[in-house]
Design a protein around this ligand. Structure first.
Ligand SMILES: [Zn+2]
Ligand SMILES: [Zn+2]
Length: 263
């Protein structure tokens, strides 16, 4: 496998209270070194602008650690409402010092269960994310939070069969046209204990249709616990299965803030 593919561009930290206490910056770097990650991106959530200060503390800790791994500083965005916006702009990007932005939809936005509608809402937000020039990567397409389904008493989204192939093709085309990478997300989609092996097979088939349309992919663990960083291997394996060449594995288009070729 190509060297360039040993990357992980979706990692959370404890600073925003999203990941647990094991996800401190120095510990993340040590574990990534052990796993053979050559390039990584820290991408905590930004759902409101008062969180910018917390992101600044992540950046301060990055500056203090010595590592050979190339480190990038990114952010993960969420739609603030159905068909809404992200808490992001060129000014916020500049102010937060973010080198790249990943993002997407994080809920069904439905009040009553309707599978067809659920898939349509996802698809619409996926396309919208691709068309946002400030977003580099569409995160975890068709990931759902199991908690939302349990609370509502809805049947779990346990099959990709409900996603029409045409949606995967349209997403692949939009991603190619706009230069937005589609994420291969380990913890949310590939190694998520809430999904069966059959689901994961269907999911890889969905990604392969997107790949046929010529899209590029970003590889991410979406780790929220230090033990989840190793799941990035599942994303690397899928990149290999999809026969992705190095030029179709997304990389930030700037120098890392730390490590490798940052100076
Ligand atoms: Zn997410
Ligand atoms: Zn995430």
């Amino acid at each position: 496998m190509l060297q360039v593919a040993f990357c992980d561009y979706h990692i959370h930290t404890k600073y925003l209270g999203c990941a647990n206490g094991t996800m401190e910056v120095p510990a993340i770097f040590r574990e990534c070194e052990r796993l053979g990650v050559t390039s990584l991106g820290i991408t905590d959530h930004l759902n409101s602008l008062d969180q910018l200060d917390l992101h600044a503390s992540i950046k301060r800790d990055i500056a203090e650690v010595d590592t050979e791994v190339a480190i990038y500083f990114g952010v993960e965005l969420n739609f603030l409402a159905v068909d809404g916006n992200f808490a992001f702009s060129p000014e916020v990007k500049e102010q937060g010092g973010f080198q790249f932005a990943i993002g997407g939809i994080h809920g069904t936005y439905l009040k009553t269960y309707n599978l067809r509608q659920m898939v349509d809402v996802q698809h619409r937000h996926h396309l919208r994310t691709c068309r946002d020039p400030l977003l580099d990567v569409l995160v975890h397409p068709y990931w759902f939070g199991k908690g939302e389904f349990d609370r509502q008493g809805w049947p779990w989204f346990d099959s990709m069969q409900s996603v029409p192939e045409g949606y995967a093709r349209e997403l692949g085309q939009a991603a190619k046209e706009t230069g937005t990478a589609i994420e291969v997300n380990a913890s949310a989609n590939l190694t998520n204990p809430e999904y069966s092996d059959r689901y994961v097979k269907e999911y890889v088939a969905f990604l392969s249709v997107i790949a046929e349309e010529g899209a590029s992919f970003s590889l991410g663990s979406d780790a929220h616990d230090i033990g989840q960083l190793k799941h990035i291997q599942a994303a690397w394996d899928v990149a290999e299965q999809l026969n992705l060449t190095a030029d179709r594995i997304w990389q930030p288009k700037c120098r890392p803030v730390k490590g490798a070729s940052s100076e």
